[in-house]
Design a protein around this ligand. Structure first.
Ligand SMILES: [Zn+2]
Ligand SMILES: [Zn+2]
Length: 266
């Protein structure tokens, strides 16, 4: 399953996030906690937590037995499998900033729309390119992410490798950087594709990208050209029709925020 969170360590070990307050109130895990694009709890406006606050180990609970008859009680779900202490309601999780919450909200609503599949296809490719351990991906991250934020990966190599291996805040920042490419749709993505070869090259390699992306790329391949107003209008219509215009709007807002980190690429 794409977007499934990874812990690092042995291959295939899935990660788990949780909100301590939700776990206390409802007693059970939520499906979206295991999905990498979810970084916050929108009920409690906090970052999701990934480790046990008592022993510091990546959080593992009786969730191993989720969907099975082996779960004995709510307590099992709230207890850390390593130290057996309850993580429910224990120490409030760090509050998330407004921008992170807003993006989490936008993505959470897009996930539920079946016609946003192609948007997530492109998003997945952009994240894939950004998270490679190569030097070019490293340069790309340096250009697109704030200096203050170091990527933290749970992969045993310590490199990002894949988006799914990043810790919660790294994922939140990475998503902001990648979704910000949709600002001034499609101009900013065109400029970025043109100025960053690795991005362009890797996206070009995939043959499962939607036709709207291919149109954007065709313009990007012609130096100094911009899409004609009619073409831009059509691309905006696609985003509206498919429902991911909210991601474009998020990118606009983010770009207009003075403290936002990009603009260095262009
Ligand atoms: Zn919560
Ligand atoms: Zn523990």
């Amino acid at each position: 399953m794409p977007w499934r969170l990874c812990h690092g360590g042995s291959y295939g070990l899935m990660g788990n996030q949780y909100c301590p307050a939700c776990l206390g109130e409802k007693g059970h895990h939520q499906l979206q906690w295991s999905i990498a694009i979810y970084t916050c709890c929108l009920r409690h406006n906090c970052f999701l937590r990934e480790s046990c606050p008592h022993c510091g180990k990546p959080f593992r609970s009786a969730s191993r037995f989720l969907n099975s008859a082996f779960v004995r009680s709510e307590k099992d779900l709230q207890q850390c499998a390593y130290c057996n202490r309850s993580v429910a309601n224990y120490a409030p999780s760090e509050r998330a900033d407004k921008k992170t919450l807003r993006l989490c909200h936008v993505l959470a609503s897009l996930v539920r729309k079946s016609n946003c599949e192609s948007f997530f296809g492109v998003l997945a490719r952009l994240l894939y390119v950004m998270c490679r351990p190569s030097t070019s991906a490293k340069n790309l991250r340096a250009q697109m992410l704030p200096d203050s934020h170091q990527m933290t990966s749970r992969h045993q190599s310590g490199s990002p490798m894949n988006f799914e291996y990043l810790d919660v805040k790294s994922r939140a920042y990475m998503l902001e950087a990648v979704v910000s490419l949709f600002a001034e749709w499609p101009n900013y993505l065109i400029e970025t594709l043109r100025s960053t070869n690795p991005l362009h090259y890797h996206l070009h390699l995939s043959n499962d990208l939607p036709s709207w992306y291919e149109r954007v790329e065709r313009v990007a391949m012609i130096p100094n050209s911009k899409p004609k107003p009619s073409e831009r209008e059509k691309l905006l219509q696609v985003a509206t029709r498919q429902g991911w215009i909210t991601a474009v709007q998020f990118a606009e807002e983010a770009r207009n925020t003075a403290d936002f980190f990009h603009g260095r690429l262009v």
